[in-house]
Design a protein around this ligand. Structure first.
Ligand code: PMP
Length: 427
């Protein structure tokens, strides 16, 4: 007797020639969205080609635009000292370290960077990974396991969610920045688990706000969970000297169990880090698959991050300028009748639009007028909170900010008045 196999229709589908991935549902969804946009003449704003080093301005299709779409928060990408450090590392080490660090990839520059990061937080040690996203996936996915509990903010980055999902632990989400809701979960459920991880961000990449870290530390002491803070957007941004959310909230960094951050924002490169106790770092270095079975960070990227940390320490004025720019943006936007949600007035400011199609069209109109800001649309955010997201840097001038806000307000109010959006497309 033949064993049961796939049905004849499945076999026919599988045997199809040509592009055998064309049936993937996500691809069909993208095509449907594109068809709706085409119907009313809205161009796709994604994957636009930029030339050169994106800072306060960028070059798109041969035109210069004021740029609010790159997280080069302190303007260090392209800084001569950072470029020189990266070039010198390439001259000395080559482009790659050509092996996992565990075997033949370890270079002094890796440890130099890790010691600097650990010193930044005043904790025992740190370990760097080749991707920020992979850092969360590797660390959370490897640290937690079935029978554990992971609780995270509703706006936590995808990498936290993926890490949590892969770990096999139970997962709970609390409403964005609602620490009462977090406490309720802990009161009701944390006693059923031996190990509980609470993951939050230092500065939320969608709303530009941050959690009450003092209260989180008090809760950690009370409930005994591991507290993890992702500083992707807060390192070099929050705190008077760019010391991050701990400095901003007046918390001793040693009171956070797991510091995570990326090197792709303020640090002008790519990759991520985990900083904390000796045991945490040793555990990851010797056993996390995303570290053990992955190549070491390219030496030039490590060198660039070291140079950025040195500049950050030497030139805290950059942080003050970034804050002044963020506050200026928020103030001007509110004056112009724009909704910026709960933005704290630093590196990230959303301008709420409330309709994905209108957000895309608004971004396109602004680009035509010399301002580059990207739309964030459903499903990345709920439809009613579709928005434009502005990344502010210390390199922007007040003139650039004022101009961008004025144009955004003019276009946004015009589109709202005309009723431009999804409802119109559906009519
Ligand atoms: N964490 C947060 C909060 C992020 O916003 C991002 C990406 N922007 C990441 C992790 C992943 O970092 P990377 O882009 O450096 O891989």
């Amino acid at each position: 007797e033949r064993p049961a196999g796939p049905s004849p229709t499945v076999v026919t589908r599988r045997a199809k020639r040509g592009d055998r991935f064309a049936d993937l549902q996500e691809l069909k969804d993208v095509k449907t969205q594109q068809a709706v946009a085409d119907l009313i003449g809205v161009q796709n704003p994604f994957f636009r080609m930029h030339d050169g080093c994106a800072g306060a301005t960028t070059h798109i299709d041969g035109k210069t635009a004021i740029n609010f779409a790159s997280y080069n928060y302190l303007g260090l990408n392209g800084h001569p000292e950072v470029r020189d450090a990266a070039k010198a590392a390439i001259d000395h080490y080559g482009v790659s370290c050509s092996a996992s660090r565990l075997v033949a990839g370890e270079r002094p520059i890796h440890r130099e960077l890790e010691h600097k990061i650990a010193g930044f937080y005043g904790v025992d040690d740190a370990v760097v990974f080749v991707s920020g996203h992979a850092t969360n996936v590797a660390a959370i996915g490897h640290l937690m396991r079935s029978g554990d509990l992971i609780v995270y903010d509703a706006l936590a980055h995808n990498s936290i969610v993926v890490g949590a999902t892969l770990s096999g632990a139970d997962r709970r989400m609390f409403a964005h920045n609602d620490l009462d809701a977090l406490e309720e979960i802990l009161v009701r459920q944390s006693h059923s688990y031996e190990r509980v991880l609470v993951a939050v961000e230092g500065l939320y990449s969608m709303d530009g706000d941050f959690p009450d870290l003092q209260r989180l530390v008090k809760m950690r002491d009370r409930y005994g969970f591991w507290l993890m803070v992702d500083e992707a957007h807060s390192l070099g941004v929050l705190g008077a000297t760019g010391g991050g959310i701990a400095e901003e909230c007046g918390v001793d960094p040693k009171d956070v169990d797991i510091w995570m951050g990326t090197l792709s924002k303020t640090m002008s490169g790519c990759g991520g880090y985990i900083a904390g106790s000796h045991s945490l770092v040793e555990y990851l270095k010797f056993s996390a698959p995303g570290f053990v079975y992955s190549v070491g960070m390219p030496p030039a990227v490590a060198a660039a991050a070291i140079a950025c940390l040195d500049i950050l320490k030497r030139e805290p004025d950059r942080v003050a300028k970034l804050r002044a720019n963020g506050e200026r943006f928020v103030e001007k936007a509110k004056e112009a009748g724009l909704d910026v949600g709960d933005a704290s007035g630093t590196a990230i400011v959303p301008v709420m639009v409330g309709d994905s199609l209108r957000a895309v069209h608004l971004a396109n109109r602004l680009l035509e007028r010399g301002v580059n800001a990207l739309p964030i649309v459903h499903p990345a955010v709920p439809e009613r909170s579709a928005r434009l997201r502005f990344f502010i840097t210390s390199d922007h001038s007040f003139e650039q900010i004022d101009e961008a806000v004025a144009l955004t307000a003019e276009e946004h109010h015009g589109l709202a008045k005309a009723g431009f959006g999804i409802k119109m497309a559906a009519a």
